[in-house]
Design a protein around this ligand. Structure first.
Ligand code: ATP
Length: 349
């Protein structure tokens, strides 16, 4: 499919320090990309480069074939038709829902009924005359999305829009907003530091660290084929274990495991806790058990390593029990010994 929005080699320095470092990603029309990264890695700055509110030091932004940012080019923010939903999506309490949505629209857009149209899109047309205090948290969030959709942006950027909400509402809203984006066919960039949220909302996920996009792919690709050991542990839980690769497979403390790409020699592989089966045996000793209701987490002392294991059943073993661990999962990626999770990407090679 054709790329609709592309950020290529974007760079931004503040006082000489790189906030965005050679960052690139692409989005297909109608899809949502989740920009996932730890706090302070440059996600908001990258969004601001897309809006044009911050000028780039290098790199380019193209949208629907038009260069918005590039060498000698900087299209003004108001001419980009890029919408934004911020962390503090507060509505004006003294304005009705419709007036809130119409706020900031040009007089032509307002006359064209764009506020009503956007409320229709988010399914709130019948609440147009209500005031914000008479809305549920979820409805208020949808009004904020309608406000961003009203000027018919070509892309919608959402910057941690649920970070101020409690967990229950957040979980409900993230699937609702993801559904809404798909329904209206909106191309969107959704910033979050929460892996689960990124996977639920994003058709694609771009993982960012220290200003750089390390990997872009579908949630499954990023989870099953992480491009570095840091990424393997940032995107979900992973046991990084020593291995010796011999082409198609690697020998590990859990036996031979198939590799997604051939490799040779000393390496490490990332083993997901849910891909280890725990049973009666004498490989290791259970050090800790946590039961979450829907699953159980075990810490197992296996040789010199403490291994995390996840089982879907209620606890079958107790601390002190001797157990066996067997690998039962997909092919794994081999990471070179130089690839240490604590190292920054630029230090890895
Ligand atoms: P969070 O998830 O905490 O919001 P983030 O990933 O969005 O963080 P940014 O807000 O983009 O990260 O910040 C990236 C880096 O750039 C930080 O070190 C930040 O302090 C710095 N930074 C951002 N804006 C400015 C600015 N206007 N002047 C100087 N430094 C800035």
């Amino acid at each position: 499919m054709d790329t609709y929005l592309a950020a290529a080699n974007l760079t931004k320095r503040f006082d000489g320090r790189l906030a965005v470092d050679d960052a690139s990603f692409t989005v297909v029309e109608g899809e949502t990309i989740a920009l996932l990264g730890p706090s302070g890695c440059g996600k908001t700055t990258l969004l601001r480069l897309l809006t044009g509110l911050t000028a780039a030091d290098g790199g380019s932004v193209t949208l629907a074939g038009e260069t918005l940012t590039g060498p000698g080019v900087h299209v003004a923010p108001e001419r980009r038709r890029v919408g934004m939903v911020f962390q503090d999506w507060a509505l004006f309490p003294h304005l009705t829902v419709e007036k809130n949505v119409a706020y900031g629209l040009s007089s032509e857009d307002e006359a064209a009924g764009r506020a009503r149209e956007a409320l229709d899109l988010v399914g709130l047309a019948e609440l147009a005359d209500r005031y914000p205090q008479d809305l549920s948290g979820g409805q208020a969030q949808r009004v904020a999305v309608a406000r961003a959709l009203a000027p018919r942006p070509r892309v919608l950027l959402l910057d941690e829009p649920f970070s101020n909400l409690d967990t229950e509402l957040r979980v409900k809203l993230r699937s609702e907003v993801a559904g809404l984006m798909r329904e209206v066919g909106m191309t969107a960039v959704f910033v979050t530091h929460d892996q689960e949220e990124a996977f639920v909302v994003g058709d694609q996920v771009a993982v960012m660290r220290a200003g750089h996009i390390l990997q872009q792919g579908t949630p499954t690709e990023v989870y099953e084929r992480p491009s570095s050991s840091w990424l393997a542990t940032f995107v979900g839980e992973a046991n990084l274990v020593d291995a010796v690769a011999g082409g198609e497979t690697a020998s590990t403390m859990f036996g031979e495991i198939r590799l997604s790409e051939p490799a040779w020699g000393a390496c490490r592989v990332a083993i997901r806790p849910e891909h280890l089966l725990i049973g009666n045996g004498d490989d290791g000793r259970v050090a800790n058990v946590e039961f979450y209701g829907h699953d159980t987490s075990y810490a197992v002392q296996f040789e010199a390593t403490c291994v995390q294991v996840r089982g879907i059943a209620a606890p079958r073993f107790r601390p002190g029990d001797r157990v066996s661990l067997t690998y039962s999962g997909p092919e794994v990626v081999a990471f070179s010994e130089a690839d240490q999770p604590e190292r920054m990407p630029s230090q890895a090679h």
